[in-house]
Design a protein around this ligand. Sequence first.
Ligand SMILES: Cc1ncc(COP(=O)(O)O)c(C=O)c1O
Length: 313
Amino acid sequence: MSRAKYLSLNGKIIPWNEGTVHVFSPVVKYGAGLFEGLRGYWNDDKKEMFLFRVKEHMDRLAFGQRVMRYERIVDGDTLAEQCIALIRANEFKEAIHLRVMVYVDGDGEMGAPGPVSVAITAVPRPLPKQVIDGTTAHISSWQRISDVSIPARVKSNANYQNSRLAVLQSKADGYGAPILLNSRGKVSEGPGMCFFMIRNGKPVTPSVSNDILESVTRATLMDLFHESLDLEVTERDVDRTELYDAEEAFFCGTGWEVTPITSIDKIAVGNGKPGALTQKLQKVYFDVVLGKTNVHSEWRTPVYAGAKSKAAE
Ligand SMILES: Cc1ncc(COP(=O)(O)O)c(C=O)c1O
């Protein structure tokens, strides 16, 4: 199945079906890969696509390459340029999701630091229904991976086996999404998203030492809560039973954007509908990512603006 016309492999734009990797490579054998998920938002009034917080994503990817001792750190600006070239080649004019993958290629064994390859995909991704309707959630019986074994703050492919186990359990048990506790029994995050709750009128999120991915969206929302809703987010340990007392709760992430949680373990969150504050925050968030406001223009990278000026040269 071809989800887009082209993808980018080691800087070359090639047909989608040619994006292959050898079965003997460390990325296949050991999950020796790192990735970033980014979104491109299409603003139809401006006829422009905006990539959201590319620099922060590329910085996190570089951090992962250092921790995993890659033999070369791929330059973030180069990756950003390759993302833009790929979107232009596919001529996307709709909401998209990009995946930037940096992985150990070749035929090495467990400790191979390279050769390092880069693959970038971009596929259409419309607004998920659950962003409007909300999702049910439950506490997973799987525990979040720990910083002393497989660090959650490094966005490594292998981490997502932990996420998959939790997602598979949620599906089997009929919930929309899992919330994982960490080895200390504190609330950590979802399988591909961070967690916030509103308790006693105040936004709260697990701190970065709770085995979470240090999420770009989480950081964005902390700023937006402060700047647009005049609320400070508290980062701290969160107990499971606090979730049953929250007035509102939501997941956040590049993929999950701001998704209201309507129940946890079949206990309604608030009145069981997306919360009022969550909905206010969604409006602020979507105005920013779509470039409907001039606020935080430094977070948005226009994709087609440069192409027009190039064509005029
Ligand atoms: C485990 C996990 N937590 C949180 C997030 C949210 O991170 P971000 O907002 O940077 O997309 C992701 C997203 O990819 C994730 O995989």
